[in-house]
Design a protein. Structure first.
Length: 317
């Protein structure tokens, strides 16, 4: 009877240990997966001509692309199928948003993801609200949030545009997607580093902080002390000839002549170097390897413990 109780208690301990190891492994795997999600680097609020919020978008730096998550309010403002594009100028002037320029195309491609000569960086898949869509995940291959030709955060910025009709992903220049009905400027997220613009960018796009003027300290006037007069000739009974006072070489002594106004010497302050732009955050790649090793270690400890308890059980029997 006592032996059966011991056996059951050990079986319960083994089961509990294995379940605990599985839970720890699942938790570590979830944490590792979350560590792989890049931080939000830019955001956009997409509004229509009536200033209604149509969507909010989040942009994350990926590998050779920008990952885009678009969130729609519930119920959505729009219905049906609409084209979505990134345009080259960061301006949203209603009602037609023509100031946003053309679709963002820094690599000089043709429009359309189904075009063999495409696609433009700003070409995105259509969005369909027929199924009660509340979120939409896509990407912009070739784009970046860091400095570069294809940066969405360049000196001119960029915008996210939603059109009135569906994009056929082939026709030039915009896939017959109709008029522009909603627009949102893509801006850096709070706390995200801003990539500096290329050389020659206008000061309006990349303002340079001004330094305070340095006060010039006036130099104190340097008045030469008078030299006491000396007799030119000694008395007749003295054969010693008095030498004239030595004249200081003006090349070695910059002091002004007595009576001349002192010229103030300006104090030139060395320019303070501006802080270098912070590097764009890169997605963590080492977290998954460390988490995997830890999961294997936990499972190994659990299996060793279970084997030990089962061996003890067989010994008691």
């Amino acid at each position: 009877m006592l032996r059966n109780v011991l056996i059951r208690s050990r079986l319960f301990a083994v089961t509990s240990l294995l379940v605990g190891c599985a839970l720890v492994a699942a938790f570590l795997a979830s944490a590792a997966a979350q560590a792989q999600v890049p931080a939000v680097g830019a955001t956009a609020e997409v509004r229509d001509a009536a200033n209604r919020l149509v969507a909010t978008a989040e942009f994350r730096e990926g590998r050779g692309e920008v990952l885009i998550t678009i969130l729609f309010p519930s119920p959505p403002v729009l219905s049906g199928t609409h084209g979505v594009h990134i345009h080259e100028v960061g301006r949203c002037d209603p009602p037609d948003y023509v100031t946003a320029g053309n679709i963002f195309n820094p690599l000089n491609k043709k429009h359309g993801r189904q075009n063999p000569e495409g696609a433009e960086v700003g070409d995105l898949p259509n969005v369909n609200f027929a199924t009660g869509l509340t979120s939409y995940n896509t990407s912009a291959p070739g784009a970046t949030l860091a400095q570069g030709q294809a940066s969405l955060l360049g000196p001119n910025r960029t915008v996210l545009i939603i059109t009135s009709a569906e994009d056929d992903q082939q026709s030039q220049p915009d896939g017959k997607s109709g008029s522009r009905i909603a627009c949102g400027v893509i801006n850096p997220a709070a706390g995200a580093p801003v990539a500096p613009g290329p050389a020659g960018a206008s000061s309006a796009a990349t303002p340079t902080p001004t330094r305070p003027a340095v006060a010039v300290a006036p130099a104190a006037p340097n008045i030469a002390s008078p030299v006491p007069a000396q007799p030119a000739v000694k008395p007749a009974n003295s054969p010693v000839v008095v030498r004239p006072p030595a004249v200081v070489n003006p090349a070695l002594s910059p002091s002004p002549v007595a009576g001349a106004p002192a010229v103030p010497t300006p104090i030139v302050a060395a320019p303070t170097p501006l802080p270098a732009a912070a590097a764009a955050p890169q997605p963590a790649n080492s977290g998954l390897g460390g988490a995997t090793a830890l999961i294997i270690a936990v499972l190994g400890v659990g299996l060793v413990g279970a084997g030990y308890l089962l061996r003890r059980r067989s010994t008691l029997q």
